[in-house]
Ligand binder design. Structure first.
Ligand code: CP
Length: 337
């Protein structure tokens, strides 16, 4: 077990070894047990985390802030408009200054081709650990909670278990690619076979696909890509359908910034049948579960009967966001000197 994680940034799960990720899961399970017993676990007494949200959030914001409170510390809830970022202060200066005041910096910045770079730039100059609360490439706080949830349901030996990571239709807004990109780069390292399904225009960043293929090869797991939702659901044990935008396609096609929203919406409209329905869930194994990171676009991405039905584990997933982020905070901001 690798335990000396104090000061380590949490930006992509791919930056952490399997052994280090096992430590996160182990500590998360311990903190979950202690929370359920109402047992004090003030591991980060009087420590401060600065949370910077460039986008909205319910789960990430509240699990991260509640996590700091429960660990005995405090989290500042910041947005760019409350900071000099809105007047152009650089990630370097922001990272260096916040490092002087506290013990960790957590950032959500999902802007396409910007977010990951921004977070890594802050981390480069910060002298405290930087925790990604989601970027354009990965959502490591979500996927580690998803892995914890899958292991709670199916055990720690996941070899041969099929996960259907499928795109879904959702007209509300173009979501980042990062949750599912994060899943395909994490789950194959833990023995899981992943089938990724998406309409042809909704593909991922090439370097992420390369990483997912390399991890699958290294860990002897299957990773395949299909263009039909049904093909991914067949014999799946975990159905994880969610929406994302066609950011990479629009970029490759050099669609002007001002036209991207309309072009993206027109493309979305071609795939309204990509819904997680009760009928589709029947293609999966009898014991299959339905997962979604939330917020879900009910009625477009998923039928109420599925998300509210007996196969849904979305609220267990959401709960584990708390226990896993606390493990990340405790290990990176506390831990051994
Ligand atoms: N799943 C997730 O990250 O949710 P929020 O956007 O509400 O944080």
């Amino acid at each position: 077990m690798k335990t000396m994680l104090r000061g380590k940034d949490w930006i992509e799960t791919a930056d952490w070894s399997v052994e280090e990720l096992e430590t996160v899961l182990d500590v998360a399970a311990d903190l979950k047990r202690r929370f359920s017993l109402n047992e004090a676990h003030r591991i980060l007494q009087d420590k401060t985390l600065f949370m910077m949200f460039f986008e909205q959030s319910t789960r990430t914001r509240n699990s991260t802030e509640a996590g700091m409170t429960q660990l005995g510390g405090h989290a500042h809830d910041l947005t760019p408009d409350k900071m000099q970022i809105s007047h152009g202060e650089t990630p370097k200066d922001t990272g260096m200054v916040l490092s002087r005041y506290g013990h960790g910096i957590a950032i959500r910045n999902c802007f396409y081709k910007v977010g990951n770079k921004y977070i890594r730039e802050v981390a480069n100059y910060a002298s405290v650990p930087v925790i990604s609360l989601q970027c354009d490439v990965d959502h490591p706080c979500q996927t580690i909670a998803d892995l914890m949830t899958i292991r709670e349901k199916f055990g720690t030996n996941l070899r041969g278990l099929k996960v259907a990571a499928s795109w879904t239709y959702a007209p509300a807004y173009a979501r980042p690619l990062s949750v599912t990109q994060g899943l395909i780069t994490l789950l194959p390292r833990f023995g899981v076979d992943v089938t990724l399904a998406h309409p042809k225009e909704f593909y991922f960043m090439p370097h992420v696909m390369e990483k997912a293929r390399a991890f699958a090869k290294q860990h002897g797991t299957k990773f395949e890509v299909v263009n039909e939702m049904d093909d991914s659901f067949k014999d799946a044990v975990v159905c994880y359908p969610k929406s994302w935008g066609c950011h990479q396609y629009l970029d490759d096609q050099k669609v002007p910034e001002a036209e991207r929203k309309n072009v993206g919406m027109d493309l979305l409209g071609k795939y309204k049948s990509w819904v997680c329905s009760e009928k589709r869930m029947k293609l999966a194994k009898k014991e299959a579960v339905y997962m979604h990171p939330l917020p879900a676009d009910r009625g477009s991405e998923v039928e109420d009967a599925v998300i509210d039905g007996p196969q849904s584990i979305v609220f267990d997933q959401a709960e584990n966001r708390l226990h896993t982020v606390k493990a990340i905070q405790a290990l990176t901001m506390g831990g051994r000197p």
